[in-house]
Design a protein around this ligand. Structure first.
Ligand SMILES: Cc1ncc(COP(=O)(O)O)c(C=O)c1O
Length: 442
């Protein structure tokens, strides 16, 4: 007899939940059963305001008609086509549409299914690019402390969040890290990018001097670090990184998995900061988080360096069964249509000052030791409970959910990143929820 008959539909034990306190959750589950625009509905029928765009991905809001219809239509027309040695029209259409909105010079797109896969794809591309040009000694990868680049081995090797690394052995060899740019003693309560810390980019020169540029393939950074609890680049920092990379022939990879697709009020962080990387990793907002998809953008020179050798030969031995899956492509096209019709890729620019004021109105509330903001991203850092790091922020998260707002916490930092359709009234509502939660927790 099938074992399934013994499992009740609401038995929570079989599913090992990702990045979740499983035992706590299963004692007091938090379940969403539907969503529309800015709100989720819970299994007990309550509306919850989405203050985090799901996991930084539902930029156009939930269950948007253009996206839903595109998926329904595609599922009935062409559900799957092999990704290798075969094509289908909308994957090419999507690549062209993406290149059209990408920073100038990012002319080619490689599809993946997640941010983690985009990152590992970009790292492999960087190493293989140098080899294709005859500089095969350039294999070293440089990341940054507190960086988050997903959970695959490449991503955790260049990443710098200790909890994501320490359980998993020696990781990739030949990796070094620059220091993070979080300087609370100088920059606390900065509005937008902080004044102090651009000189931290010079640490890259120190690392180059240690290893020699001829051994270094790429530097990877999040233009704005999100998952570590929102760390902003000091004024001029990214420009300096760009200059140092160019000077030494090192590729600069921007991990735009959360900053891509309008989060800062410009289509990409590269546009916002006026700094163009050589490779740009994206996911999440590319398909509004609805169907898994990632996209790696590369400059023409990088793509073209692979296009040599006999024409019947595969040029890059890399790809995924679901790279450019037709239904994911349809979701992404529906997403891009929605962004365009509603001006969402730049809407954050107009809302950012209001968002900034609302966030900084929390200064002086209990436990708050720093507030940071850029575009439609906000972070409220709380003083940890002595000897119990993360506990205070986790209580805030649970309380906010009970009150009717979805917030996200990492360490003792509350991170906010609402869908880009949020209204000013909903910004007030979200911040009021956070205010009340801060007053209620220990
Ligand atoms: C900057 C960055 N890179 C990579 C990832 C990993 O994306 P995924 O969870 O889709 O693998 C994330 C996810 O939050 C991210 O923020």
């Amino acid at each position: 007899m099938s074992n399934r008959l013994k499992v009740t539909p609401n038995d929570l034990s079989a599913f090992w939940m990702p990045f979740t306190a499983n035992r706590q959750f299963k004692q007091a589950p938090r379940m969403f059963v539907s969503a529309k625009d800015m709100h989720y509905t819970t299994s007990d029928g309550r509306k919850v305001l989405d203050g985090t765009a799901g996991l930084w991905c539902v930029n156009a809001g939930h269950c948007r008609p253009k996206i839903t219809e595109a998926i329904q239509h595609q599922a009935a027309e062409l559900d799957y086509a092999p990704a290798f040695q075969m094509g289908h029209p909308i994957v090419f259409e999507l690549a062209n549409r993406l290149v059209d909105i990408a920073p100038k010079g990012m002319d080619h797109v490689f599809f993946t299914n997640s941010g983690s896969e985009s990152v590992d794809t970009a790292l492999k591309m960087a190493i293989a690019y140098h080899r294709a040009r005859g500089e095969g000694a350039r294999t070293r990868l440089i990341g940054r402390e507190r960086g988050y680049h997903g959970v695959n081995f490449g991503g955790i090797s260049v990443g710098g969040i200790v909890t994501n690394r320490k359980m998993f052995g020696t990781l990739l060899g030949g990796v070094d890290h620059m220091p993070h740019t979080h300087l609370p003693e100088k920059n606390a309560f900065s509005k937008g990018v902080p004044e102090h810390g651009a000189e931290l980019a010079n640490e890259l020169e120190r690392i180059v001097a240690l290893h020699d540029a001829s051994t270094i393939a790429a530097v990877i950074v999040e233009p704005v670090a999100g998952s570590t609890g929102v760390i902003l680049p000091p004024k001029g920092y990214l420009q300096k990184l760009r200059e140092i990379c160019t000077k030494h022939g090192i590729l600069l990879i921007f991990d735009e998995v959360i900053t891509g697709f309008g989060r800062l009020g410009a289509p990409f962080a590269a546009d916002y900061f006026g700094v163009t990387p050589d490779i740009m990793t994206t996911a999440k907002g590319v398909s509004n988080g609805v169907i898994p998809m990632g996209a790696v953008f590369v400059k023409k020179e990088i793509h073209d360096a692979f296009m040599t050798g006999p024409e019947h030969m595969i040029e890059f031995f890399h790809g995924y069964t679901y790279s450019g899956n037709p239904i994911a492509c349809a979701a992404a096209l529906g997403t891009l249509d929605t962004y365009k019709e509603e001006g969402l890729l730049t809407r954050g620019e107009e809302l950012a000052p209001y968002w900034e004021d609302a966030l900084h109105s929390l200064k002086g509330e209990p436990h708050v030791i720093d507030i940071r903001n850029i575009g439609l991203i906000g972070a409220i850092e709380l003083a940890p409970i002595a000897g119990q790091p993360t506990k205070r922020a986790f209580s805030a998260f649970v309380k906010a959910f009970e009150r009717g707002a979805l917030i996200r916490t990492t360490g003792d930092i509350i991170a906010l990143s609402p869908p880009l359709i949020i209204t000013k009234g909903q910004i007030n509502e979200l911040i009021d929820h956070v205010r009340e939660v801060l007053r209620a927790i220990d």
